[in-house]
Design a protein around this ligand. Structure first.
Ligand code: ATP
Length: 445
């Protein structure tokens, strides 16, 4: 029988009022339909660890789709249903979603020898999960609201800070769990249990990861690189022999570790400086991870991870450009702001952060930082429509003139609309001659 214990007070202390209200409403609806409903998995784990997590997964012992539809209808929100999997998502807002899964006995295929009576549908659902710390459930029905249900010793493992699989075939069943174990171990500063570590090493040795599809493997790597600090997790991947599977030349040595730490600093700096700008931090690390590889190995990794043609080309382009700029452009003694702007403009922020981490030279980092802070958003006051109003004939000349004006802004030669007009008078007098002709023929601007 599972261990039960009320964690009502933790729920009330840790969760926002809005979330508590939703959980209670889910429980009330479950009662009305004569179902049982539980919050499960990472949400409950993080609740006990006091880590904010609004990815709510619930399991209902009953028809999850009917449940979700009823809930959505009575709350004026949207439910996205996946009939094939008997799951649904309740969408409250961009940030707040509830995943609903159905645990029904008839959905499970189980060996005939299992003692059926002991296996509730909830237990069956939780038994399919990866680690004990992810098998905790929280009852939502009103009479038991806030009751923690622990079938597999998840609470003890949370307390002892241990990542443990539920059974010996876990990694055989799903090799992505090898990467998940590493990710959780490092994120929570836990330890992979002894037996689990042995099973993992065996799984790697048996080549189970090689059975993983490229896209799934890539996704798991991406998830690791998306962690707040992926450095220790990548080191662990190397220790478990996972990096070596990607390409024999791939190692997480001190040089790579230093590069990763610099990347981490650059990403933090960027995120702090530009709070609302999107940034795919994992791509910066990924560029770092593959940066030392020879072409042969690089291609092996691309193929293994089934990377798209676009990703491959962009990666090659980035490496080539970064090296050539560090050896060429950035060796010049001085740069005008417009030269820096024109040189760095083709790069995405992720690629520039990689370049900043890749170089040891402070002046290069400074130039890129100026680009981010001062140059990249510079706009002209005059727009294409103004040139049109002046009778400039359509063609590439628009881009040329506007680019010149941007450069003049960057280099401090013009500061206002008036300056821009002045600049055009000197550098493109033909526009004004044109305009005068148009004026005399009755056009106005
Ligand atoms: P994160 O905090 O990184 O989002 P999570 O565990 O909270 O991790 P998901 O990765 O979305 O969230 O997984 C949700 C739940 O589904 C997990 O808590 C786990 O119980 C289960 N799960 C996910 N992946 C697997 C897997 N490969 N094998 C078994 N169970 C899994």
């Amino acid at each position: 029988w599972p261990k039960k214990k009320s964690i009502h007070s933790v729920v009330m202390e840790q969760l926002p009022g809005e979330v508590i209200a939703i959980l209670k409403d889910l429980g009330k609806l479950a009662d009305r339909l004569h179902y049982k409903a539980y919050a499960v998995g990472g949400f409950v784990r993080d609740l006990l660890l006091r880590r904010p997590n609004l990815d709510i997964d619930i399991v209902v012992e009953g028809d999850g789709i009917e449940f979700a539809k009823e809930f959505a209808a009575s709350h004026g929100i949207r439910a996205r249903c996946h009939k094939k999997f008997n799951t649904a998502v309740l969408i409250f807002s961009d940030k707040l979603k509830v995943d609903v899964a159905s645990a029904r006995f008839e959905y499970y295929q189980y060996p005939a020898a299992l003692p059926i009576v002991e296996f509730s549908s909830l237990k069956m659902d939780l038994y399919r999960r990866d680690f004990t710390i992810n098998t905790l459930a929280l009852t939502l029905n009103p009479d038991d609201f806030g009751q923690l249900i622990d079938f597999f010793g998840g609470q003890r493992d949370l307390k002892d800070k241990i990542i443990r699989v539920l059974h010996n075939l876990s990694f055989v069943e799903d090799p992505t769990r090898i990467m998940r174990a590493i990710r959780f171990e490092q994120r929570f500063n836990f330890k992979i249990g002894k037996q689990t570590a042995t099973l993992m090493k065996n799984a790697v040795r048996m080549g189970l990861i090689q059975k993983l599809g490229g896209r799934r493997f890539f996704h798991e790597i991406d998830l690791i690189l998306m962690e707040e600090n992926p450095v220790p997790a990548v080191r662990r991947m190397d220790e478990y022999g996972v990096l070596g599977l990607l390409a024999s030349g791939m190692r997480f040595d001190t040089r790579m570790e230093e590069l990763f730490n610099r990347i981490r600093n650059m990403i933090s700096w960027y995120r702090l400086s530009f709070l609302d700008e999107p940034l795919e931090g994992s791509w910066v690390y990924f560029l770092g991870l593959l940066s030392g590889l020879h072409r042969n190995d690089l291609e092996k990794v691309w193929n293994r991870l089934e990377m798209t043609e676009n990703q491959r080309e962009r990666m090659l382009w980035t490496y080539g450009q970064v090296e050539s700029l560090l050896r060429g452009f950035f060796q010049l003694p001085e740069h005008r702001p417009s030269d820096i702007y024109r040189t760095l403009q083709p790069f995405k922020p992720e690629e520039l952060l990689f370049m900043m981490a890749r170089t040891e030279r402070e002046e290069v980092r400074k130039a890129i930082s100026h680009y981010f802070h001062r140059y990249r958003r510079v706009r002209t006051e005059l727009k294409g429509k103004d040139l049109k109003a002046m009778g400039v004939p359509p063609g590439p000349i628009y881009r040329i003139i506007l680019d010149e004006l941007i450069d003049a802004h960057l280099n401090g030669e013009v500061k206002s609309l008036q300056d821009e007009w002045g600049y055009l008078k000197v550098h493109h007098p033909e526009i004004f001659e044109n305009a005068e002709k148009n004026m005399s023929s009755g056009m106005s601007f």
